[in-house]
Write a protein that binds this ligand. Structure first.
Ligand code: COA
Length: 146
């Protein structure tokens, strides 16, 4: 498996993963807008097949995971871990020592995944998602993981 930067030719694979993974997927124009506006965008590739991706950015000195998803046939094989670990390294090497994200309260597999990677629950935000679901706000801080 390799992790590499997203290329425009990956968009169909990324969209397929996005629409499979989320009930409220980002449409193609938002994904392309994120890419064009300079967000970090990496994919995991196994045998020329894109099986996962991560989108992230840095705003006001804080890193943010915007989206991460893995093709369901390739989950629990550490694809997501590799994507997240590489992204954490990118943040830390840019002296970004706090990383935040939001995750649906019902998404226990993703919450466990983030906990495993050193994120901690900070607070809940009611009505965060369009369907009214609560978000769990999680942070990774360098000082707590070194
Ligand atoms: C969350 C997601 C990206 C994780 O990717 P993945 O490649 O399956 O994760 P990994 O195989 O690297 O899992 C690493 C660890 O996370 C935890 N984990 C992953 N999936 C889990 C599950 N379904 N239940 C419990 N723990 C889980 C495990 O502890 C696992 O550790 P271990 O197997 O080493 O003990 C993937 O499940 C996914 O695409 N989900 C749908 C999209 C999504 O919810 N994204 C996050 C939204 S904020």
């Amino acid at each position: 498996m390799i992790i590499r930067d997203f290329r425009l030719s990956d968009i169909d694979d990324v969209l397929a993963i996005e629409y499979e993974a989320f009930s409220d997927p980002y449409p193609v124009d938002i994904l392309l807008q994120l890419y064009e506006s300079g967000a970090g965008f990496a994919v995991a590739e196994i045998g020329k097949r894109v099986v996962g991706y991560i989108i992230f950015w840095i705003r006001g000195g804080i890193g943010h995971i915007i989206a991460i998803a893995v093709n369901s046939n390739y989950r629990n094989m550490h694809v997501g871990s590799l994507l997240l670990e590489k992204t954490i390294k990118v943040f830390l090497s840019n002296n970004i020592n706090i990383i935040g994200l939001e995750v649906r309260k019902s998404n226990t597999s993703a919450i466990n995944f983030y906990l495993k990677h050193g994120f901690v629950k900070i607070r809940e935000e009611d009505n965060y998602y369009g369907d009214g679901e609560t978000a769990i706000i999680m942070n990774y801080t360098k000082s707590e993981n070194n």
